[in-house]
Each structure stands twice: as C-alpha cells, then as structure tokens.
Design a protein. Sequence first.
Length: 387
Amino acid sequence: MYVPPSLARYAVSVANARGRLHHEPEAESRSPWQRDRDRIIHSSAFRRLQYKTQVFVNHEGDFYRTRLTHSIEVAQIARSLARALGLDEDLTEALALAHDLGHPPFGHAGEEALNVVMKPFGGFDHNAQSLKIVTMLESRYASWDGLNLTWETLEGLVKHNGPLRTPPAYIVDYDSRYKLELHTQPGAEAQVAAIADDVAYHSHDIDDGLRARLFAIDDLKHLPVVGEALAEARMASLDMPPPRLRHEMLRRVINVMVSDLVTESRRRLAALDPAGPEAIRKHKQRVVDFSPPMAEANHAIKEFLFARMYRHWRVNRMSAKAKRLTEEVFRLLHANPSMLPDDWRPRAGEPGGTARAAMTVADYVAGMTDRFAMDEYKRLTDIGVNG
C-alpha cells in the first residue's frame, strides 16, 4: 500500500487530488503523480527529446545538452527545491520532465519557423503542443488518447509560467472540456519546476558556451553570481585545470541560486501562511521565486547569454538554416499532404492547404527530432534520396 510522505499543508496530496479526465482505479504502490511521472518517462515524446536541440543542433557535438538532458537537469534541481519546501517531489519531477515535450526540432529556431507558417491557422506554441501531446497525440492506451494525466499535472504543465490571459487555441479547447483554471497562479510544485528551468539552463548554457568557445571563462568575471563563483573556485585551488574550474564554478552558481530560492520562497510562504494548495493558486503573486537581488542577477545572466551565445554568429547561421529547413518541410507537406506517412495522411483530410492539413502537418513536424527533420528534408527535396 502506498504511504504518502510528510508534506507541507500547501502541497498537493492524495486527499486533495482532483483526479483524471478518464477515471482509473488508483495504484496501491504509487501515488497519482508517480504514475504521471512514469507515464511521461515511457512516452515516445520524451524519448525523442534525446535528439532535439537545446542550443546546439544534435550533430554539432555529443557533449552539448539536448532537450532530454536539459529536462533531467531541471528535474534534479526541482526535486531538491521541492524537498526543501515540503512539496510533492513526484509531481514536481513530472512537471520538470514534461515541460519541454512540445518543443519542435532545432529548439527555438524550429518553434519560430512553425509559428511563422502556422500564423494563418492560429500560430504555434510549444506549451500548447506539450498539452496536445499528453492529452491527444500519445497513443498508448485502449480507452483514450493521450496519457490521462492528473488534473494537477495538466494544470501545472500549461500554467507553470503563470496565469494564461490569452491562451492558445488548443489550451482553450481543452479547457472547455476539462477546466484547468487558466486565470489563476499555478500550484507551488509547478512554480518550482518553472524556476528550476532557469537555474538549469543558465548553468548548462554557460557550460556549453565555454565548451564551444563562444566566450572565455574570464568573460564571466564581471557577471553577478557567476563572477563571484569563479573567484571562489579559483581560490579553492590555484592550479585547477580549466575543465575542473568550469565545473567547480557552475556547481557554486547552482548552489547559490537554489539557496536563494529556498530562503526567499520560505519567506513568502510564511507571510502568506497558505492553508492548502488553493490559497497559493488564488494568491496574486508567485510564492516560489528569487529574492530581488538574485532576480536582478538572473536577468543579467540572461542578457549575457543572449548577447554572447544565443545570438553568436555561429549559432545564428545554424538557426537560419534550421528555420529554412523547418518552413520548407512544412510547406511541402501542407501543399501536398498525400506525401505524409500512412498513419498521418488520413488526419490531414483533403489536399489544398486547409487548416486541418496545417494542424496535422504541424503536429508531424513538431514531433520530429533534429536528425529526422534533416533526413525528411532530403527525402522531400533530393531526387537521389529514396522517399
């Protein structure tokens, strides 16, 4: 029999769980959110993250982060935060692992490309695509589409960045069938997963940027938090080799950020004194966040990475190629959906550039890995390559 851990009163619990859209008997040995986490891990969409871009396209190097390794790092940080705050670790981990399921190939370049070609049909949003994957596109069960995740996981997935004032069409449509309270704050576990995303990508993007030689370690000396961590790491060992220095610095960065999050979040929770998870959802502000000084440091790190990494000329070149490839694959298949594979073609309906065909092609393209998208482009455009 599953025995729940001791949690804070504002954490989700089996007692206040809202269930699933399609009723299922509860498991004896796992909580509802352990089952959600396990379903996410076993999903096809989760496996495909292994070959989807974080910053560098898959073929650019074996040691750079992918969407999968990024999601695992987010989950590790999120679990640590959840434990410190008395929250449900399994729901937090499920949300961290699922938060990027909807990303198309080639990272933000692929998302921007799909958003451009889908503008006449409502655009493309990776959060809405994540919801679509776990509620419709995953086909693993006899009685329903999707993974039939709990209300708490679905709510946290669509709202982890905050209330949705103008939600994308698919989220609106799903909410009409299964209300997710889009206008309220997400639960504390979802807030933890969202802020852990910031901590993870800052640290690993700095690591990958140094590995790729987009900037040097001394370029970080004047960055808040990172510069102090670098100085402390150098003082710890004066003859530390560069790879070890890099890891020692980033370990300290993560530790400082997590410590700040725990202290500030505990302060906010003590001030609010929520009687349960609903009090957190109804609160005007997030309860899990950085202190003001750390928030400023976080913003400065983002600006540095944006200028020195995400808009580096080498990254720009690859992004431009990725956008062109993604747009071209979409346009070719949308104009002639008869070229879609057998299991996708009936969903597209009649040819002629319809909205139904556009939605189907967007789902197909968004599910591609980097290397599958590159191979599909060759199959569609190179007469010397078999279809």
